[in-house]
Design a protein around this ligand. Structure first.
Ligand code: 26V
Length: 824
């Protein structure tokens, strides 16, 4: 039995926020919680003690937030995501709660440097890239604008792999973020749920003659909750990130162990724990990975059981579920939730189909993050039937209902029926998770205006015809706390001095900077901030790569997952062309450039790994060629993660956002760079299109084919060879790469990679090359006119406020979740 909630239960006095209080508490934590005498304490001990002292202040706000939600009966938002790419938490928490200065002072008095401690904290790298980082920005924004929200995901023992370089090749190593423990998390053994797999379904006839189904799984394990507090700006609210960890039901399986089946007992326990052991590296082909499907169901089921339990505890009745609960599905990874909620409502709580289906669609919203056909999830019917027999039945029933509606109400023909069906009948039958998420949700959104339009025209065109009011756009955003205030304190200070502090609470007030963009004094100060950030990056490059780069050169940066559609290849080919030009024309006034790359390739994605090797091969040759006279340097920084991004982005002059048009759903790095005063060279893709609307075409360098032109060219399948023959610059660059100029140890290494450009050029690298090279020369011309450059850079910062994830979250809250938001 649950105890009734006592709203005025006693609680401790909140902790003081002064440096003195913090100083004595850090010592106290070090002694009594870490168990170390300050005279022998090591840096990790100080880090832990400091986090614990900061955490206490966070907890004060956390409890307050939670009490408020219980008291006010506000609707709760649940963000279900298989990825949360949080990065480090300490600086974020301190900064949002206003503790940076007192903690710095307290540690200084203790002869400890705060910066050193910050860089010791491991990144929580529980995500692959944009999708996971977006989830992290959204959590922070939901806390900042006061929405009662929970993030639900998996507590992977190992996050995304660590990337090392071996002779220029990517090598993947296990990542170990929990090695020193995780002082931010609270294990909630009491919040554990049983998760089933396999078995069979038992039809049961009720006394009233109706039929009920009971799933009898053959395998059971436990989902244990680990909670992390997520602090909003100025501590407005503290929400919870609840990550599930898998454990065997009986942790030591004592019976089996005692009966002598030692191996069996250990195997069982290892099998359970395997579910949450590693994060799948996305953008590798999602082959028949049963373990991945297990992960998806495991966290969906645990989250839904938790949500329904909490709802019943507060309201006692499921009829109000859709009024009090909004669940957002971050891509199709949690799409099985649609069937699981139906099962819980019908099989466990006795609701009838019609009511359960109405509640389900009232609760769920689905966000799509990619149109790439190979990235759209589907599972073999046979696998689903074996692992989740009851869910497969429910999926068939949902399908029957939707297809009947399509035929009867909308008069769909066989082709349209096949296109919206939850079952893909081509070859081995598969369940399409996109279709399941779509029909089970009242809202389906894309992540930029262009992407949403393309969604309507391509993957979901027939579902859109059937349910024309469901698809909507929510252009992505990024949290300005982490991506400006914390990562770029110098710029934050400068902006505050110029336009006052109001932008800290309403980031769209950055537009006030526009009026100062042509002021030579402000330009100088802006340039000085950029220069200081570049010096810091140059130092890091020297330390990590032993390459010397000049902060006077233009820092030209492309950092993101390595993928052919993102076209790092286009960038490095252009670098090769520039290298030849510098050698051929030493008399010309070349703009000095440092090309910085970073990013991980999926372990099984050969071409992506080969592109990394090519970048490193090209870097070795160019950086070692005295004829270049330091005018061009190429650097590939290993192990790209959130923390590295926080150092690189404030130091960038030029941001490369050059994906093949129509392929990057949104991009969010593009926003972070521009916010920090970089110019963008980019295609009309994803959110670049809307950035152009905000900053104007005078302040962004756009080139290349449009999404429509790309589609047309692909449709016509014309031969790209003539394109290459007509571009001597491209031809020379490609020939030098293909003939082994950069790979004398293996001259054929890049034959096939370059051959692909002659053969099909699917990603339009050859066809966009000349436009890209011309755009780069335009960038050079702007660089050579510093007044123009800095005016443009300032205007980029000034007009990025709209791309705050606070704006995005407000739109989700108003249009999808129907929850009230505080206005700033
Ligand atoms: C997955 C796969 C799997 C199979 C092979 C190809 C492939 C390519 C990409 C992906 C990732 C899909 C999900 C994703 O991370 N999308 C990203 O979401 C960001 C947040 O909305 C958005 O800014 C990025 O443009 C989008 O790529």
């Amino acid at each position: 039995m649950q105890k009734p909630i006592v709203y005025d239960a006693p609680r401790p006095e909140p902790r003081a926020l002064t440096a003195e209080a913090l100083q004595s508490e850090i010592i106290e934590k070090l002694t009594y919680s870490v168990g170390k005498d300050p005279i022998v304490a090591r840096p990790h001990d100080w880090l832990k003690a400091t986090i614990l002292a900061v955490r206490d202040r966070v907890i004060d706000q956390w409890m307050e937030s939670s009490r408020q939600t219980w008291r006010t009966s506000h609707k709760r938002v649940y963000y279900l995501s298989l990825e949360f790419l949080i990065g480090r938490l300490m600086r974020d928490a301190m900064s949002n709660i206003g503790l940076m200065e007192p903690v710095q002072q307290a540690l200084k008095n203790l002869k400890v440097d705060l910066g050193d401690l910050i860089s010791l904290e491991p990144d929580a790298a529980l995500g692959n890239g944009g999708l996971g980082r977006l989830a992290a920005c959204f959590l922070e924004s939901m806390s900042s604008i006061g929405i009662p929200a929970y993030g639900y995901g998996i507590r992977y023992a190992h996050g995304l792999f660590r990337q090392e370089m071996s002779e220029g090749w990517q090598v993947e190593l296990p990542e170990d973020w929990l090695a020193h423990g995780n002082p931010w998390e609270f294990e909630r053994r009491e919040s554990a749920y049983e998760i089933g797999f396999g078995g069979h379904v038992e039809p049961i006839t009720e006394p009233d003659g109706s039929l009920r189904h009971e799933w009898r799984p053959s395998e059971h394990l436990l989902a244990v909750a680990f909670d992390t507090p997520i602090v909003g700006w100025r501590g407005a609210r503290v929400n919870t990130l609840r990550l599930w960890s898998a454990q065997p039901i009986d942790p030591i399986l004592l019976d089996r162990f005692n009966s002598g089946d030692h191996i069996g007992a250990l195997e069982e326990s290892a099998k359970a724990e395997a579910i949450t052991r590693v994060l799948y590296p996305a953008d590798s082909t999602p082959a028949g990975q049963a373990l991945r499907l297990r992960q998806e169901f495991f966290f969906s089921s645990a989250s839904l059981q938790d949500i329904v339990r909490r709802h019943l505890q507060q309201y006692g009745d499921l009829g109000s579920l859709a009024d009090k609960v909004a669940i957002q599905l971050n891509d199709t990874h949690p799409a099985i939730s649609v069937a699981e909620l139906m099962r819980i409502l019908m099989d466990q709580h006795g609701l009838k189909w019609a009511q359960a289906w109405t509640l389900t669609r009232g609760v769920f919203g689905y966000t799509n993050h990619t149109l790439l056909p190979e990235a759209l999830e589907s599972w073999p019917v046979a696998l689903l039937e074996r692992l989740l027999p009851r869910h497969m039945q429910i999926i068939y029933s949902i399908n029957a209902e939707v297809l009947t509606e399509a035929r009867e109400r909308a008069g769909f023909n066989d082709r349209q029926i096949a296109s919206i069906s939850l079952i893909d009948e081509h070859g081995t039958r598969r369940v399409r998770m996109g279709q399941l998420a779509f029909v089970g949700s009242h809202s389906i959104n894309g992540v930029s205006a262009l992407h949403t339009e393309l969604m309507k025209q391509t993957v979901f065109s027939d579902l859109h015809r059937l349910y024309p009011e469901r698809i909507n756009n929510k252009t992505n955003g990024v949290t300005p706390r982490r991506w400006l205030m914390q990562c770029n304190p110098r710029l934050t200070k400068l902006i505050t001095e110029r336009i006052g502090p109001d932008f800290l609470d309403d980031i769209e007030k950055l537009t006030a900077l526009d009026a100062h963009a042509d002021d030579p004094i402000f330009q100088q100060q802006f340039a000085a901030v950029k220069r200081a950030n570049k010096e810091a990056l140059a130092l890091l490059i020297k330390q990590r790569m032993n390459v010397v780069v000049s902060p006077d050169a233009m820092f030209d940066v492309q950092i993101k997952r390595i993928h052919e559609y993102k076209r790092q290849l286009l960038n490095i080919i252009e670098a090769v062309a520039l290298y030849s030009a510098i050698r051929a024309h030493p008399e010309k006034a070349w703009v000095p450039r440092v090309k910085v790359f970073a990013g991980k390739a999926a372990p099984g994605y050969w071409n992506a790994k080969l592109i990394i090797k090519l970048i490193n091969d090209v870097a070795r040759v160019i950086n070692g060629d005295p004829a270049v006279r330091g005018l061009l340097k190429v650097v590939f920084l290993p192990n790209y993660n959130v923390s590295l991004a926080e150092t690189i982005i404030p130091a960038a002059d030029l941001s490369e956002q050059i994906s093949t048009a129509g392929m990057e759903a949104s991009g969010t790095g593009n926003m972070k760079f521009a916010l920090n005063g970089a110019l963008t060279i980019g295609t009309l893709d994803g959110a670049n299109v809307e950035m152009l609307e905000q900053v104007g075409d005078k302040n962004m360098v756009i080139f290349g084919l449009t999404a429509q032109q790309v589609a047309d060219k692909r449709g016509r399948s014309e031969v790209p060879r003539s394109v290459i023959d007509n571009s001597p610059t491209l031809k020379d660059a490609l020939e030098s790469i293909a003939s082994g100029v950069f790979s004398p140890d293996d001259p054929n290494r890049y034959r096939d990679l370059v051959g692909g450009l002659y053969d099909h050029d699917w990603f339009m690298v050859a066809r966009d090359f000349d436009a890209y090279a011309a755009a780069q020369r335009k960038v050079d011309a702007i660089w050579s006119d510093p007044r123009r450059w800095w005016a443009m850079a300032i205007r980029n910062t000034a007009h990025m406020g709209w791309f705050s994830s606070d704006r995005t979250i407000r739109q989700y809250a108003e249009d999808i979740w129907n929850v009230p938001v505080a206005r700033t």
